[in-house]
Structure formats: C-alpha cells, structure tokens
Design a protein around this ligand. Structure first.
Ligand SMILES: Cc1cc2nc3c(=O)[nH]c(=O)nc-3n(C[C@H](O)[C@H](O)[C@H](O)COP(=O)(O)OP(=O)(O)OC[C@H]3O[C@@H](n4cnc5c(N)ncnc54)[C@H](O)[C@@H]3O)c2cc1C
Length: 425
C-alpha cells in the first residue's frame, strides 16, 4: 500500500497532519498567516497590557485592525462565494490562523460582523444601507439570563420552574419596536460597536410568555445612534483582553418595525444559525491558539538547556511534547470535522458545540502544559504562554459555558436516538 526507500521527515502543512493544500489554499493560508504574525500578534500584545477602559478609549486601534482585516479579503463575503467544499477547507485554515495570531482579535472579526451579515441576508437595501458597513456586536445574554440564553428550549430548567424575568425585552406593535432594559456586561465588541444584533424576549401584545411558559422572542437589528441607547463601562477580565466587553442599555428605544429580522415563529431557527456559526468558529480559533502554544513550546525546548542538554533531549520532555502534539491534532481534527459536517452536510449545533467544547478544552490543556515547559519563564510577560493560558481559559465560558453546552448536545443526541431507536448500531 505504501512504499519507501528511506524514512522521510514528515511534511507538515500548517504545522500539522494536513492533506496537501491546493494553490489557492496555500495563497490564502500564507496571507492570513502573515496578517496573524505581523498585524495581530503585536496588536494583541499591546492591547493585552492596557486596561479595559484604555482598550475601549483606544477604539481607533481596533477599528484600524478591522479595516485591515476587511482589506485582507478573507472574510465571510469571500467564503460565501466559494463552493461548500472549498469553504469547508478554508474556514478552519483562516480562522485557525486568526486564533494562532490572537484569539481575542479573531473573535472580534466575527462578532463585529454579525449585524452586517444579518442585514445582507435579508436582501433589503434599506437594512443593508443602514447596517452593512457598521461595526457590530451580538447581544444575547443579560444579567439574569446567561446560560438560560443558550438553553432556548428550556430542557435544562429545574422541574416545575421557568426562565426568569428578562432584563431586556422588546414590545412589538404593528409599526414599531420598543426596546427596554440592558444586556449582560459580556457583549463582545460592545464598547466599540455602532450597532448590534439583539436576541431578546419579546411581547407581541399578549405578554412575554408562550403558553408553555417559555419566553417569546425576537431578533432585532439595533443602531446605537438612536435616542435612549447608552453603554456601560468595559469589563476588566482574565484573557482575551484585546476583545472588549461591556453592557448596552436601552431606555425605551423606538425602532422601525422592519428592523425585526425574526419573529416568534422564526427566532429558534435564527438563534440556531448564529449558534452553529459561532461555536464552529470558536473551535477553529482555539485549535489555532493550541497550535501557537505548542509551537512556542517546541521552539523553547530546543533552545533551553537544563540537566546537561537541551530540554528536548530528556525523555519526559519528549513525552510531554507528544501529549501537546496529539491534543493540537485532536483539536484541529474536530474543528475540521465540524466544518465538513456543517458546510457539506446538514449543519447542526451538535457538530459545532461538540467541536467548540473539545477544541477549547484541549486548547486550555495545551496552554497550561506548554506553559510548564517554560518553567518560571512561562509565567512572565516576556513569553506568550501566560497570555495563551488566559485567552484559552475564557473560551470555556464564552459562547455558552462548556458544561451547559454539553447538556444541550446530550439533548440532541437523545432526540436522535429516540427517532432512530433500534437502527442505532
Ligand atoms: C469572553 C466572553 C465573551 C462573551 N461574548 C458574548 C457576546 O458577544 N454576546 C453575549 O450576549 N454574551 C457573551 N458572553 C456571555 C456568555 O455567553 C455567558 O457568560 C455564558 O453563556 C454563561 O453565562 P453566565 O456567565 O451568566 O453564567 P451562568 O449562566 O450564571 O452559569 C454559571 C454556571 O452554572 C452552570 N449552569 C447554569 N445554568 C445551568 C443549568 N440549567 N444546568 C446546569 N448547569 C447550569 C453553568 O454551566 C456555569 O458553569 C461572553 C462571555 C465571555 C466570557
């Protein structure tokens, strides 16, 4: 089956077990890699050392970055023009390299494009004109609605209970939307955003709740230059500091009815779409972070001398390097699998959330264990390891805390079993 004259050094495309890239894939990979290395890493490091207030005040740095990213031409518009197969290959390459550059900035590229992308999907020229070029954010969670936002169908509610009263809700009449309340403090890109895509409980005239106790909902495009919109202070947090978060407040903000993108009947599907995309992107970004942490450690153990030789000469260090390698490869494999499933098959959150959970947990383990290979140096700001670890740690909670996401996945697996019963082998 295979034939060799001698034992070759493995050819590792993208630093891993990658099938050979086509010319186009190579060109895209090279240009995103350069962007990640030359643009994202220095900026990520600079922003990481600033306070959250300073990052938000230095908004121009982030806006310039987003403009440069758009000019790179590897965004969603580019991917949308490809065949599903090309998309399934290039999505993890692009987003993997963005995460390899800087995880927080990588997430910003996606979060900032949510409203514009949603506006384009409507095909409505007025919405495209109003939101198509604006820096946006995704507003799903609220102070008292964190994991409950992810558990849309209420499968994880305590028996006999219901989701609590929302902190932000919309009243929807025949000709307008009135938005009142506040988001959670966790809206990524919120402090610099000019608009947002809101997923909110809604009252269409007969109250906030459906007959089964679950909340009615709406998906709404919201410009932040409307009267009554204000912003909270940016959050000081561990990790992904270049990606600022902050609450958005709405005081009886009145919007035209056509800013409503999905009503009660369509909200589940709309939310599902965002969720499928966002969790898949997280899997790619954090498999990229894992690769970056692994590569730094690989370089370090070939340079640092202890115990009479380079660290790599010690058997236990080689064992630890292999553990990192297998975790990076596992993270990359599951991210690619989710992309294949979603772009080539029937997309499902089960694929995206499984990949998100596995890739973020592996990235966190890789960052943690790679840091230890640096000894004390790993804890210092001179090396990138402590930042990788902080950035990876945040990912376990972002876009749905992994435990609750796992419960949502288990629900889908069980639904599948119930439908297929004994066909399951
Ligand atoms: C870096 C970052 C970026 C983010 N970006 C955004 C954004 O752009 N937009 C946005 O809207 N939100 C964003 N979030 C919010 C994020 O989605 C929430 O933090 C997350 O969903 C968890 O909600 P919570 O923090 O309120 O925790 P809680 O919901 O209070 O959960 C606390 C713990 O309890 C567990 N738990 C909760 N409910 C259950 C249950 N029913 N059964 C079992 N266990 C349960 C959870 O698993 C978790 O471990 C971001 C968060 C972070 C950290």
């Amino acid at each position: 089956m295979f034939e060799f004259d001698s034992i070759p050094v493995p050819e590792l495309e993208l630093g891993g077990l990658e099938v050979p890239l086509t010319e186009e894939e190579r060109a895209v990979a090279d240009s995103v890699r350069r962007f990640a290395l030359e643009r994202m890493r220095p900026l990520g490091k600079q922003l990481d050392r600033m306070s959250a207030d300073e990052v938000a005040a230095g908004k121009a740095l982030l806006l310039d970055f987003l403009r440069d990213y758009r000019d790179l031409g590897c965004g969603l518009e580019f991917l949308n023009e490809l065949s599903p197969r090309q998309r399934a290959r290039l999505f993890p390459i692009i987003h993997g390299y963005l995460g390899w550059g800087d995880a927080g900035l990588a997430i910003l590229t996606a979060a900032a494009s949510f409203p514009a992308f949603a506006a384009y999907q409507t095909g409505n020229p007025e919405l495209i004109e109003r939101f198509g070029t604006k820096i946006g954010c995704w507003m799903g969670t609220q102070p008292d609605r964190g994991s409950d936002t992810v558990d849309l169908q209420g499968t994880e509610l305590r028996l006999g209970s219901q989701h609590g009263t929302p902190n932000l809700a919309a009243r929807i009449t025949d000709d307008e939307i009135i938005l009142t309340g506040q988001t959670s403090a966790w809206v990524s890109g919120g402090p610099i955003a000019e608009c947002g895509l809101a997923y909110v409980p809604a009252d269409y005239g007969s109250g906030l709740r459906r007959s089964n106790g679950l909340l009615n909902g709406a998906v709404i495009l919201v410009p932040f230059d409307e009267k009554g919109v204000s912003k909270g202070r940016p959050v000081e947090k561990l990790g992904q500091r270049p990606l600022p978060q902050g609450a958005i407040f709405f005081d009886e903000v009145r919007l035209p009815r056509n800013y409503l993108l999905a009503n009660n009947e369509r909200i589940d599907g709309h939310f599902f779409t965002s969720f499928v995309f966002a969790n898949m992107e997280m899997a790619c970004v954090f498999s990229g972070l894992a690769r970056a942490a692994f590569q730094s450690a690989l370089e370090y153990v070939h340079q640092r001398r202890q115990g009479g030789g380079h660290l790599i000469e010690h058997q236990n260090v080689r064992h630890r390097i292999f553990q990192l390698w297998r975790k990076v490869e596992s993270a990359r494999a599951i991210a690619q699998r989710a992309c294949d499933f979603n772009f080539l098959g029937k997309p499902h959150v089960l694929a995206s959330a499984t990949a998100k959970i596995v890739a973020t947990e592996l990235a966190c383990e890789v960052a943690q264990d790679a840091l230890s290979l640096f000894g004390g140096n790993g804890l210092t700001k001179e090396y990138p390891m402590e930042k990788y670890l902080r950035d990876a740690r945040a990912s376990l909670i972002e876009d749905g805390e992994n435990n609750i996401l796992g419960l949502v996945c288990a629900g889908h697996i069980s639904n599948w079993f119930r439908q297929h019963g004994t066909e399951v082998k």
